[in-house]
Design a protein around this ligand. Structure first.
Ligand code: HEC
Ligand code: HEC
Ligand code: HEC
Ligand code: HEC
Ligand code: HEC
Ligand code: HEC
Ligand code: HEC
Ligand code: HEC
Length: 423
């Protein structure tokens, strides 16, 4: 048996080279890893473990039971500011929703009443917005609201506009085993708690870091603002603003102090910049309706109650980066596109109304294909086209939007003609 194969003279150097390459790669990688591990230096308070020396019983015990929670909270700016587990969780015996725990009483899901102790403005603004009770009522209806909550709901001027109930029929068809994970998951952002206070802040502020970077990143919103009927995330991704975020966002100042953000912090806007953050002459707000002029989510869009003021506010954001002529022209054209889409959807409504008048439609919603075609024409495509226009997603405006609207109209006409022919 030969001790060496013919190619072995070559094999040794090859192995050597491969070995060397491997060593270099491993060394290179570990240098990269080390530098990632080392920098950035922990300059802001949130990056130090503020609970490292805590002797609080909640912290000590939960470091073993739920180490993830203690680890995350320890790195929050709130922990650094000496806000404790108890500030959010601990309540008196008999508090609505309280459970007895380790010799005291806690809320498993701290309500907005807890946050309001220290963040009264954010809570009040949030509760005046459609992220509050209107989001919940959209799915659950208002019939089970207490008189106090009903009055609170009715006091939200922008919350009363609720033009369409067809989705609630779909929820009924699907059943609560499914909708618990669907409609209710997204719309719980405005759900009331046992103590009667409204909203789930943790839908956006992921516990327990409550990090500004996390909540300012647009991915936070794509938990809900995504999909065929409200693809704001997809539209943002394809917009110039989204391109700037994806190509340069790593260098933006994600943890900059709220209330004084500038173009140095954010050279291009994210969802938060336009809808929440202080920017230009605008202050931070948790009232997401505050800068909107249309009810774009409606089948036929209408103006909002205070739309002129809202427009001034949103344009105040745009004007940090664009000149007034550019912004004014954009709004004029986007208004015209909204009106054009309104008129297409009106045509689809006319086709349906005509069939109904001739007794060619059943009273039951969603029991025949034409109901779905009509619904998708406005609910998926009409809205997508409008969102695409306003947030600069040309492909969503065109091929996932207006094209499908035009196609939907042709299909509706064909289905209607067929029904009339059969008659
Ligand atoms: C001696 C240990 C211990 C102490 C002290 C303690 N906990 Fe707990 N806690 C636990 C254990 C164990 C669980 C159950 C964990 C599980 O189910 O995985 C728990 C669960 C919880 C839950 C979730 C309950 C649920 O059903 O979802 C909350 C909230 C909580 N603790 C908060 C606190 C707070 C706030 C304090 C301080 C006032 C505290 N805990 C003190 C051990 C402790
Ligand atoms: C700023 C308020 C706040 C502070 C401070 C806080 N929590 Fe929470 N915690 C929450 C909220 C809000 C939820 C519920 C989130 C949800 O609805 O999903 C929660 C949920 C929990 C849960 C149950 C959920 C689960 O995943 O098991 C536990 C356990 C818990 N917290 C423990 C702690 C401990 C321990 C501390 C201190 C180290 C702490 N929390 C500090 C707000 C807080
Ligand atoms: C006992 C008072 C107190 C309570 C209760 C409280 N917070 Fe805070 N929170 C603070 C303080 C103080 C800061 C400022 C930390 C800083 O900027 O140094 C803060 C900061 C924050 C921030 C900004 C974080 C940052 O890095 O600037 C968020 C988000 C936040 N809180 C959310 C909540 C939510 C949600 C709740 C309720 C679940 C809550 N807080 C309950 C006192 C509180
Ligand atoms: C947990 C789900 C959820 C998350 C996360 C969420 N939203 Fe919403 N959002 C909703 C729902 C539901 C509505 C519709 C409420 C209604 O009109 O009934 C809504 C409505 C809105 C509106 C329209 C409000 C109006 O007056 O018509 C804006 C703007 C908005 N969200 C922006 C954002 C931004 C920006 C983020 C991320 C920072 C975000 N949302 C995160 C669920 C969510
Ligand atoms: C992925 C998260 C998500 C799911 C799942 C979801 N929605 Fe929504 N819904 C939203 C968002 C976001 C808006 C706001 C769109 C906008 O303003 O552009 C909205 C808007 C609405 C509106 C219009 C606003 C209003 O208050 O009248 C209704 C009604 C509604 N949803 C009902 C439902 C029903 C019923 C289901 C289940 C069949 C459902 N939604 C499932 C996120 C969701
Ligand atoms: C729909 C998403 C969303 C929800 C829900 C939400 N927030 Fe925020 N929050 C944000 C965004 C985005 C910012 C960052 C604004 C900025 O860029 O400065 C923020 C910032 C904050 C800050 C820091 C603001 C400052 O000026 O110091 C606090 C405190 C806060 N939120 C509290 C709350 C509380 C309390 C609730 C529940 C009532 C809540 N948030 C619900 C998105 C949300
Ligand atoms: C460049 C600023 C800008 C950015 C970035 C932006 N939006 Fe918008 N958004 C707008 C404008 C402008 C409108 C339409 C306002 C109007 O009605 O006048 C709008 C409309 C909306 C609506 C529709 C509300 C309705 O009436 O149905 C929602 C929801 C929304 N945006 C969420 C988001 C989310 C989520 C993101 C990020 C994925 C985002 N926006 C990114 C400016 C922006
Ligand atoms: C923080 C800065 C900033 C803000 C705020 C901002 N933009 Fe932009 N915008 C940009 C940048 C950067 C570009 C990319 C410029 C280019 O295309 O060369 C851009 C591009 C655009 C474009 C061109 C899109 C295309 O496809 O060519 C439009 C339209 C636009 N923005 C509208 C708006 C509107 C409307 C607002 C306010 C609701 C706004 N922007 C807010 C920075 C901003």
């Amino acid at each position: 048996m030969p001790t060496e194969s013919p190619g072995s003279g070559l094999r040794t150097p090859r192995l050597l080279v491969a070995g060397l390459v491997a060593v270099i790669v491993v060394l290179g990688l570990s240098i990269v890893m080390l530098s990632i591990g080392r920098s950035p230096a922990p300059t802001i308070p949130g990056q130090v473990d503020a609970l490292a020396t805590s002797h609080d019983a909640c912290v000590s015990c939960h470091r073993n039971t739920t180490p993830g929670i203690v680890q995350q909270y320890g790195h929050s700016t709130m922990a650094a500011a000496k806000v404790s587990c108890r500030d959010c969780h601990e309540v008196k015996a008999g508090y609505p929703g309280a459970v007895e725990h380790q010799g005291t009483y806690v809320l498993n899901q701290p309500s907005t009443a807890r946050c309001a102790q220290c963040h009264a403005n954010e809570v009040a603004q949030f509760q005046q917005s459609r992220h509050g009770l209107p989001a919940y009522v959209a799915v659950a209806g208002s019939k089970d609201l207490s008189p106090t909550l009903l009055a609170q709901y009715q006091s939200i001027p922008e919350g009363q506009f609720a033009p369409d109930k067809s989705r609630n029929v779909i929820a009924e068809m699907e059943g609560s085993a499914i909708t618990h994970f669907a409609c209710e998951s997204c719309h719980a952002v405005g759900a009331p708690a046992a103590d009667g206070t409204v909203g789930q802040c943790a839908k956006c502020h992921i516990r327990h870091e409550f990090s500004l970077e996390q909540v300012r990143r647009p991915e936070t919103c794509n938990n809900c603002h995504i999909g065929p009927d409200h693809p704001q995330w997809e539209i943002y991704v394809e917009s110039k603003h989204g391109v700037a975020y994806h190509t340069g966002g790593d260098h933006w100042h994600w943890s900059a102090k709220p209330g004084m953000l500038t173009v140095q912090d954010f050279p291009a806007p994210t969802c938060a910049t336009c809808h929440f953050s202080s920017f230009g002459n605008q202050g931070t707000t948790h009232d997401v309706g505050d800068r909107l002029t249309w009810y774009l989510f409606a089948p036929i869009s209408e103006r909002r109650p205070a739309w002129q003021d809202n427009k001034t506010r949103m344009q105040g954001i745009c004007r940090e980066c664009h000149n007034m002529a550019f912004v004014g022209d954009f709004y004029t054209r986007a208004d015209a596109a909204t009106a054009a889409l309104n008129s297409f959807i009106k045509q689809s409504d006319t086709i349906m109304a005509d069939l109904k008048a001739n007794n060619l439609l059943t009273d039951k919603p969603f029991d025949e294909p034409i109901d779905f075609t009509h619904f998708e024409t406005w609910h998926h495509y009409g809205r997508t086209a409008k969102f695409g226009v306003w947030m600069q997603g040309p492909d969503y405006t065109q091929w996932h939007g207006a094209y499908e609207v035009v196609k939907g109209l042709a299909e509706l006409q064909a289905l209607a003609a067929e029904k009339k022919g059969h008659h």
